[in-house]
Design a protein around this ligand. Structure first.
Ligand code: PAF
Length: 282
């Protein structure tokens, strides 16, 4: 496993692989890796001969009230984890490599509309930071495909939109959410849950799943389903940010005939902000 920090070293390995006609998959991360990332890497391996993992805590996707400095940086532990997985190269760029003109003069990539609601509403500017850094990683690595987790449903839609809209030569692939045995989606945020909150946390996925089965069974009173789930989560101790039934394709408000839905939610439990979703194909 190569560990590279500069654009030049990265380019040298990539050129060698391309010369051999090997396909390259990118798994972009901010480090603090867990089994969810292992699954993304495994999935990447199924789509390409070479897997590149980037670790970069991207300053531009943190809002003013979010603590970029406090974000857990666990590089030594991440490296040990990656050594055990099927990764060919780890790219750990500095801020200067990703933003050579500095943050103030950085060109930004921004997807309108799709980023307005849900996580975009509670985290203004967040998705601009995500698309800006992902576009830069795509330009540096030029992967044939890139893998993103379904847990961040809006994020993968936004990245997919950017890649298609800009004709970027990369296939964006979404990997299924990895869950603990009780259904809780794996996330680095779960570490902020204390024991009693951890016991309650699976109720989020339970609520999403139960709404998903109601939809499968033919219910179309979306508002009522959302309201009931919101009350249930609030009663369980969550501070719900949103709980919505939307069109899976673009998060628009669905009509009764829509046959591809996503039920998505964000809710705070103590210090942890949990997000999750279930896709329903009718
Ligand atoms: O999902 C993440 O970890 C980040 O948003 C990403 C895609 C690596 C961009 O910094």
């Amino acid at each position: 496993m190569f560990v590279v920090n500069s654009k030049q070293e990265l380019g040298a390995h990539l050129a060698e692989w391309r010369h051999l006609d090997e396909h390259i998959a990118l798994v972009a991360t901010m480090g603090n890796l867990h089994s969810g990332h292992d699954a993304l890497i495994k999935f990447a391996r199924e789509h390409a001969e070479r897997v590149v993992v980037s670790i970069f805590v991207n300053p531009t996707q943190f809002g003013a009230s979010e603590d970029f400095d406090e974000y857990p940086r666990t590089l030594a532990r991440d490296m040990l984890r990656l050594k055990k997985s099927a990764v060919d190269m780890v790219f750990t760029p500095d801020v200067e490599t990703i933003y050579p003109f500095g943050l103030e003069d950085a060109t930004t990539v921004s997807v309108p509309r799709l980023t307005e609601n849900f996580c975009g509403a509670s985290r203004p500017g967040h998705f601009d930071g995500v698309t800006t850094v992902v576009a830069r990683l795509f330009a540096l690595v030029r992967p044939d495909c890139a893998i993103f987790g379904q847990k961040d449903y809006q994020q993968q839609l936004v990245i997919r939109h950017m890649a298609m809209d800009m004709n970027l030569p990369v296939t964006v692939i979404t990997a299924e959410t990895v869950r603990d045995d009780d259904g809780l989606a794996l996330s680095s945020r779960n570490q902020y849950l204390n024991e009693s909150q951890r016991a309650v946390a699976p109720v989020l996925f339970e609520s999403l799943s139960s709404v998903a089965s109601e939809l499968q069974n033919g219910r179309r009173d979306y508002d009522k389903l959302e309201e009931a789930a919101l009350s249930k989560l609030t009663a369980a101790g969550f501070a719900v940010e949103y709980f919505s039934i939307r069109r899976a394709q673009n998060l628009a408000v669905p009509d009764r005939d829509c046959d591809e839905l996503v039920v998505l939610a964000a809710a705070h439990l103590g210090a942890a902000r949990l997000i999750d979703n279930v896709v329903v194909t009718i």
